[in-house]
Design a protein around this ligand. Sequence first.
Ligand SMILES: O=P(O)(O)OC(CO)CO
Ligand SMILES: [Mg+2]
Ligand SMILES: [Mg+2]
Length: 282
Amino acid sequence: MADPWQNAMDHAVAVARKAGEVVCDALRGDRAVMTKSSVVDLVTQTDQKVEQLIIQSVKEKFPTHRFIGEESVAAGEPCVLSDSPTWIIDPIDGTTNFVHAFPFVAISIGFAINKQVEFGVVFSCVEDKMFTARRGKGAFCNGEPLQVSRQEAVEQAMVATEFGSDRDADVVDKIFQSLRNILCLPVHGVRGAGSAAINMCLVASGCVEAYYEIGIHVWDVAAASLIVSEAGGVLMDVDGGDVDLMSRRIIAANSKTITERLVKAIVPFSLPRDDATPPKKS
Ligand SMILES: O=P(O)(O)OC(CO)CO
Ligand SMILES: [Mg+2]
Ligand SMILES: [Mg+2]
């Protein structure tokens, strides 16, 4: 049977490529910076422009579909994942990288029905790498199949993570405690590309064995979660429970073995969920 969502996936790839051109052009020009939840939570006009470009383009083809977009949510739109077809968009994953021209930025587009991700597209535009996955049909980079690493010894693993944009000293202490525990397992190394989506594509590509972070959002990880699982990887909560894309916590790894070692080392903490009802404006 023909894939009912092939059209939508083709459109996602096309619009991600177009968005990538806009982002790469903007990287060569001025990038005026604004802030959101904190002085280190950055946004630029390019984030907003690219999100609008993607949403408009999808709406023209699929007028009944719904959206969760990072910058739309920041502007007050609800972050609700219903059973309806929903596009989950991060127009620039790695905005801090973008601001500094650190060359790892991605356009992330996930598509979910019945709260299940059906396809994911992550375009790392400076690297010109188009990562794609369709549920049940594998994960690819520029058309080449992806497979996670087979390394199950944590002592020989490379682990990716990020420091996030929370500068609360207690939160930073927990992040460093986890990092210390993981470095002392020991592992071969710890890395971070500055983009959750790219870190997860590195797991899918077999370049790192695992990525974990507390503080990410559904738009950072929705598309890449399918890319990891279709490449043979596993997704879990940082406490070893089931992954929940709205919970702001994730481990994406090549295996259950590596994940379980990381779960023991990570100091978990909770943040308000992405789908928590926002306080009413007074
Ligand atoms: O650059 P963004 O989209 O804010 O995302 C960050 C994490 O929230 C990097 O993955
Ligand atoms: Mg992001
Ligand atoms: Mg973003």
